[in-house]
Design a protein. Structure first.
Length: 278
C-alpha cells in the first residue's frame, strides 16, 4: 500500500546527496497524525515535502541554485521543459555547461537539472568558491527530467513559501505551535571517509549541530512537532538523548562502490505515536 502511494505521489525533481527518498517508509511511520503547517529549512531534494504534497508549506535552503530551480519550476515549468531539449548528454557539452553560470534564472534552473542528471551519482558538490565541481558520468540516459512530474510539482511549488535563508532565520520567523518541522541538516560524519564535502560553500560542523540541538529544544518547548535525521554518531546521540531516537538501516547513493552504499541513520522525534508530546 505504502509503496503504491509513493509511486503515485510527487517525486523529487533532482537526485540529491543525502536525499530521503530511500528513507521515506521509515519517516512516514513517525509522522504525527495531525499538524498545521509543514516547514523544511534544509530542503535539499525534498522527498518528504513532495510526498506530503501539502499546500502552504515553507521550504528553504542556503543553496542558491537549488532555490532558484524550485522558484523557476513554480513560475516557468513549460519553458524549462522546452529549453532542456537543446541540452546534449556528452562529456564536452557537460564541461562547457558546468563552466558557465547563466544570468537568466530559467537557464540557471535548466543548468541545475542537466548537471544533476549527467554528473557522477547525481551529486551536488561545490568548492570553497561555490563552484560546482562534480565530474561527468556517462549514465547512458538521455532523459533529463520527468515532464509530467515536473508540471505537477510546479503546482505544489506555486503554493509554497520558497526561501533562500539559513535554517535558524526560517524557524525564528515561521515556526508556530503544532507545525511539523522536518530537520535534515548535513550529517555529522561518522568517519573521515564518510563526508562527501559541500552542498554549499559553507560547512556544517559539530558546533553547528550543537546550535541546531539547542534550537530543537526551544521548538519542542514551543509545541512544534519535530522530526530530525542525522548520522548514528555518538555526538548526535548525546545531543538528542532526551528525545525519541530510532535507528534505521539505509541505502546510500553517493559511493562509487555499491557494497559501501549502506549505513545507519537516526530519526529523532519529540512526540510519541498518536501526537502525544513527550
Amino acid at each position: 500500500m505504502l509503496e503504491k502511494k509513493m509511486n503515485n505521489n510527487l517525486k523529487p525533481i533532482l537526485k540529491w546527496a543525502g536525499g530521503k527518498r530511500q528513507m521515506l517508509p521509515g519517516l512516514i511511520k513517525y509522522l504525527p497524525k495531525n499538524f498545521n503547517n509543514y516547514i523544511e529549512p534544509f530542503i535539499g531534494g525534498g522527498a518528504l515535502f513532495f510526498f506530503l504534497n501539502k499546500n502552504n508549506s515553507i521550504i528553504s535552503d542556503t543553496n542558491d541554485e537549488l532555490i532558484n530551480l524550485y522558484k523557476e519550476v513554480a513560475r516557468n515549468p513549460k519553458k524549462i521543459l522546452k529549453k532542456l531539449k537543446k541540452y546534449k548528454n556528452t562529456k564536452k557539452y557537460f564541461y562547457t555547461v558546468r563552466k558557465e553560470v547563466p544570468n537568466n534564472p530559467t537557464e540557471r534552473a535548466c543548468r541545475t537539472i542537466f548537471l544533476n542528471r549527467t554528473c557522477f551519482n547525481g551529486l551536488y558538490r561545490v568548492n570553497k568558491k561555490g563552484e560546482f565541481n562534480v565530474p561527468y558520468a556517462d549514465n547512458g540516459s538521455t532523459k533529463l527530467t520527468d515532464g509530467n512530474n515536473l508540471l505537477k510539482t510546479s503546482q505544489l511549488l506555486k503554493k509554497t513559501i520558497l526561501l533562500n535563508l539559513s535554517y535558524d532565520l526560517v524557524l525564528k520567523k515561521y515556526a508556530k505551535k503544532n507545525d511539523l518541522i522536518f530537520l535534515d541538516p548535513p550529517y555529522l560524519p561518522v568517519s573521515k571517509f564518510s563526508d562527501f564535502k559541500r552542498y554549499t560553500k559553507e560547512q556544517f560542523h559539530l558546533e553547528d549541530h550543537k546550535k541546531l540541538a539547542s534550537i530543537y529544544e526551544k521548538l519542542h518547548e514551543k509545541g512544534c512537532y519535530l522530526i530530525l535525521t542525522n548520522s548514528n554518531s555518538p555526538e548526535i546521540l548525546k545531543l538528542y538523548k532526551k528525545f525519541n531516537i530510532k535507528i534505521l538501516n539505509t541505502k546510500r547513493n553517493i559511493n562509487a562502490k555499491g557494497n559501501l552504499r549502506t549505513g545507519k541513520d537516526i530519526i529523532v522525534t519529540n512526540y510519541e505515536a498518536g501526537n502525544r508530546a513527550i
